[in-house]
Ligand binder design. Structure first.
Ligand code: CP
Ligand code: NVA
Length: 312
């Protein structure tokens, strides 16, 4: 498998085999790191980390992943560069592309990460945009593999804002990998029809079943219930409206009982607003898996950098 020079903007651009390859590589890098073995795959490589929005996991995962492989990360926060207001995204991309070997971008408009990829000439990795969060999905799938052995045929429920970056990206990833995906959300927050149609074509190939429902009984038989904040970064003004809309879909004891399984795991990309999308006690009961998932951000992001830019 050769992914050298590729961008990582959404999982739409990757085949199930390529996604599996990245997960295998991440698992290997994780095993190595646990033994104290790091690599030099990114030796001599300079990596720009652009953050318009704040981050704990993604920033740290790119930083540590890069340093573990011998590269040099440079953090460019929203007040450090004048991206998109005093200097165009296209010009910024052309400058950074002449100095750096790879660029991570976290920000608002998805079209900006596409512009960086188009104009920089170096691999660009999406660290979250308003529409997609693909590196998170790799961490989630590595965690699911660790819990269940394989992905195909799992029953996965996303409860929350089905049209945010996580709802969209989990649907894409599940449809590609043959995971049965249920979006449990008010109809007004189901993913956009165009994206659902695209995912139906992936699901046809993989055998995944896609379900969109407002009925909480749909969690019956779930292997995983996944949730995310009700207001994503940049949507803080929608708080009251979202609480009213999403309260019936909170991941709580009552919902967990409806799975009729005692092996169901709860996952969350974090950060979490406990008492909103998940109760404190359900969160704590599943904390081990949730923090494995957070740790796996590092191993999977490292795998993406190594696969697309590394020397091995
Ligand atoms: N899950 C995630 O992307 O976390 P950060 O916002 O802390 O990077
Ligand atoms: N949907 C959340 C994800 C955070 C990792 C947000 O965009 O804020």
């Amino acid at each position: 498998m050769n992914l050298k020079g590729r961008n990582f903007l959404t999982l739409k651009d990757f085949t199930p085999e390529e996604i599996s390859y990245l997960l295998d590589l991440a698992a290997q890098l994780k095993e190595d790191k646990k033994k104290g073995i790091t690599g030099d795959s990114l030796k001599g490589k300079n990596i720009a980390l652009i953050f318009e929005k704040p981050s704990t996991r993604t920033r740290c995962a790119f930083t540590i992943g890069c340093i573990d492989e011998g590269g040099h990360p440079e953090y460019l926060g929203k007040d450090d560069i004048q991206l998109g207001y005093k200097e165009s995204v296209e010009d910024t991309a052309r400058v950074l592309g002449r100095m750096f070997d790879g660029i991570e971008f976290r920000g608002f408009l998805h079209e900006n990460v596409e512009k960086l990829a188009k104009y920089s000439g170096v691999p660009v990795w999406n660290g979250l945009t308003d529409d997609y969060h693909p590196t998170q999905i790799l961490a989630d799938f590595l965690t699911l593999r660790e819990q269940f052995g394989e992905l195909k045929g799992l029953n996965f429920v996303f409860a929350g804002d089905g049209r945010n970056n996580m709802g969209n990206s989990l649907m894409i990833g599940c449809a590609k990998m043959g995971i049965n995906f249920t979006c449990l959300a008010p109809k007004s927050l189901w993913p956009k029809e165009e994206l659902i149609e695209q995912c139906r074509t992936y699901a046809k190939e993989s055998g995944a079943k896609l379900t969109f429902t407002e009925d909480t009984d749909a969690v019956k038989g779930a292997d995983c219930i996944y949730t995310d904040v009700w207001c994503s970064m940049g949507e803080e003004d929608k708080a009251a409206e979202r609480v009213a809309l999403l309260k019936p879909f909170q991941v709580n004891d009552e919902l967990m009982k409806k799975t009729e399984k005692d092996t169901t795991v709860v996952m969350h990309c974090l950060p979490a607003v406990k008492g909103n999308e998940v109760t404190e006690d359900v969160f704590e009961k599943h904390a081990e898996v949730i923090f494995d998932e957070a740790e796996n951000r590092m191993h999977t992001i490292k795998a993406v950098m190594v696969a697309t830019l590394g020397e091995k």
